[in-house]
Ligand binder design. Sequence first.
Ligand code: 13P
Length: 254
Amino acid sequence: MSRKVLIAGNWKMNGLLEDGAALAKEVATEVKKLGKPECEFLVCPPFTLLTTVKKVLRGSKVALGAQDCHVAEKGAHTGDISPVMLKDCGCSYVIVGHSERRADHKESNELICRKAEAAHQAGLKAIICIGETEAERDAGKTIEVCTKQIMGSVPQNATAANTVIAYEPVWAIGTGKTPTTADVEEVHAAVRKVLAKKLGKGNANKMRILYGGSMKPANAAALLALPDVDGGLIGGASLKAADFMAIAASVNKK
Ligand code: 13P
């Protein structure tokens, strides 16, 4: 089953206009040099940079995504951004249910599911994040937690065309710690099984499952070579074009 690898940068709450534009330009320039890249590229800047970055990326093979969306199309939701607005400013992807939003904004699986549905409705692809905390891993509950998150936060009508899953162990995010490759493959294979149960085997086999959590040039090749790892959702290392591109360069032919 060939799934095109997705190398996605989640810039989180980083970047002012000037450096955000410069970073996007560097990534676009490097991707252009690849000619026909083996993988797909995506950057997800903060809301304030979307329009600027879109302009910089025009004509390039780098897609634009946002880091969250509201469930409604429009209305009285002060401070929120709708998926229709994201589509309007050039996004094709939106991340939903990142562990930082689950923690900081108490987002539930049910809300994340509605966000993913709203994203689909607006014509966006949803990157739905799941992952266990350190305490959950220590208690041997990783698969159980991820299963529950998938069952609750992936919409019933999700397809490989409109949805990407990102497995991000919470304890690996921004810490420099990563699970062993055997542990990553075990979780990704289990995630695909749960997706098959929920969405059918056809969808599950085609759906991309990204790994996220301290992915760096030094560990990317080993992680991206795993059979059920279909790309990376990269935080810190996506803020340096050289590191982001070095990760992409380690994509093995699948
Ligand atoms: P780091 O790559 O900084 O660990 O972040 C991963 C992440 O949370 C991407 O969404």
